[in-house]
Write a protein that binds this ligand. Structure first.
Ligand SMILES: Cc1cc2nc3c(=O)[nH]c(=O)nc-3n(C[C@H](O)[C@H](O)[C@H](O)COP(=O)(O)OP(=O)(O)OC[C@H]3O[C@@H](n4cnc5c(N)ncnc54)[C@H](O)[C@@H]3O)c2cc1C
Length: 367
């Protein structure tokens, strides 16, 4: 069962343990040599650039590690989509999702009861560990959206809630990619394919059929019922923090927990947990604990539960006169002060690209 340590030394060791060549050959199998780095990349503890440079330093050429680096680029790609489409990522991006019958959270998803054994096992493990392999995420989204004919939005919120690596851009855009609202066609999978990559041997399920029959299949009864679940985040109680008004204040959040950022600068360091953010995008208790544990790598960090204006008010800070520093991020455009750039794989390549492959073509020229 996957375990995700939160101390910085173990995280750096995890980067070092990746074998990019074996990764390229086995990543689609659920027991393949995947990196388990996404919870740290999506929480901004480490960056795609930092990971890439670690492998350049080991002597790998882009040719040798192309699959590995192109997967890292998917992260930057979806972040660029978010940066440039803003709230557009929360609605169908390119075209309406085809053939939708339901706009709900299917009980089969929430109860790990889709009837496909490998998926149900993956969903149970997700609730225990906060992680799910990429191929299982694709299969799950395909079963829910393309066989269950459910709109992607509520299932995506549910998955985001449980993932340690929850990233609204990677998550929502990937659901849309599978469901056909951010791709040219829906992604479909049958039982044979699932058995091959998960090592299962299930037969006679509703997916045990050929690809040409999948698009017109009636929605199986097990996928039709809605769950009755309220997703909410339980934040720590608000407590005052110590602020030295003569020093600048560095703001951190659930997507920016980089212990190296401005590490030599004397500053107040505040992990800001804004209730308004978590009310809109709830996360589970496990995810919140993971975020709090990761923040402990930042020397002197203090946790403030409250809105930015509460922080100003309680500590007599002026949004204009006090120096604030944060990292640029589409979820936190309302922060005051200076926004440091993120460490993209190719900082020169900015903008909305309707397809990953156009983005990757440009990025790879700069690597
Ligand atoms: C329906 C669905 C929902 C998803 N939701 C999220 C999410 O909320 N947060 C998230 O980080 N990823 C999400 N992904 C992408 C992907 O599944 C995870 O990034 C990956 O499984 C993480 O495990 P890993 O680090 O072991 O991956 P590896 O295969 O080792 O990949 C290495 C790194 O490349 C990046 N990466 C790989 N595949 C993708 C991808 N498809 N999209 C974006 N980045 C990628 C990640 O940063 C990852 O850490 C989702 C995919 C699907 C299909």
């Amino acid at each position: 069962m996957q375990h995700f340590p939160t101390d910085y030394t173990s995280i750096l060791q995890r980067i070092d343990a990746v074998d990019p060549v074996r990764y390229g050959k086995t990543r689609n199998y659920i027991n393949g040599a995947v990196s388990y780095l996404s919870p740290y990349i999506s929480r901004g503890v480490i960056s795609t650039r930092q990971v890439y440079e670690a492998f350049v330093a080991k002597g790998y050429s882009l040719y040798q590690m192309e699959k590995w680096v192109s997967e890292l680029a998917w992260r930057d790609y979806f972040q660029q989509v978010w940066k440039h489409q803003g709230k557009g990522i929360f609605t169908d991006l390119k075209q309406p999702q085809p053939d939708v019958q339901f706009h709900h959270l299917p009980a089969a998803l929430a109860n790990a009861n889709t009837g496909i054994d490998a998926i149900d096992e993956g969903l149970q493990q997700l609730q225990e560990t906060g992680y799910m392999h990429n191929h299982l995420r694709m299969y799950t989204a395909s079963i829910i959206c393309n066989i269950g004919r459910c709109h992607w939005s509520q299932p995506a919120e549910w998955l985001y809630y449980h993932l340690l690596d929850g990233d609204l851009a990677s998550n929502h855009c990937s659901w849309q990619w599978v469901a056909g609202s951010f791709s040219s066609k829906k992604y479909l999978c049958n039982q044979e394919n699932i058995n091959k990559y998960t090592g299962s041997s299930q037969r006679h399920s509703y997916l045990d059929t050929s690809y040409d029959l999948l698009p017109d299949m009636h929605v199986p009864a097990t996928l039709q019922t809605a769950a009755n679940i309220m997703l909410q985040t339980v934040l720590p109680a608000m407590a005052p923090v110590q602020i030295d008004a003569s020093l600048p204040t560095l703001l951190y959040n659930s997507y920016n927990l980089d212990p190296q950022r401005r590490s030599q600068q004397p500053a107040n360091r505040i992990l800001l947990l804004e209730p308004s953010h978590f009310a809109q995008y709830p996360v589970s208790e496990k995810v919140l604990q993971f975020i709090l544990d990761l923040s402990k790598n930042i020397p002197g960090i203090q946790v403030f539960t409250g809105e930015l204006h509460d922080l100003y008010q309680i500590h007599n800070l002026s949004a204009t006169a006090h120096s604030f520093y944060s990292k640029e991020h589409p979820a936190f455009t309302h922060y005051p002060g200076q926004k440091d750039a993120r460490d993209w794989l190719a900082p020169q390549v900015q903008g909305y690209f309707p397809s990953f492959f156009n983005y990757w073509k440009k990025v790879s020229r700069h690597l």
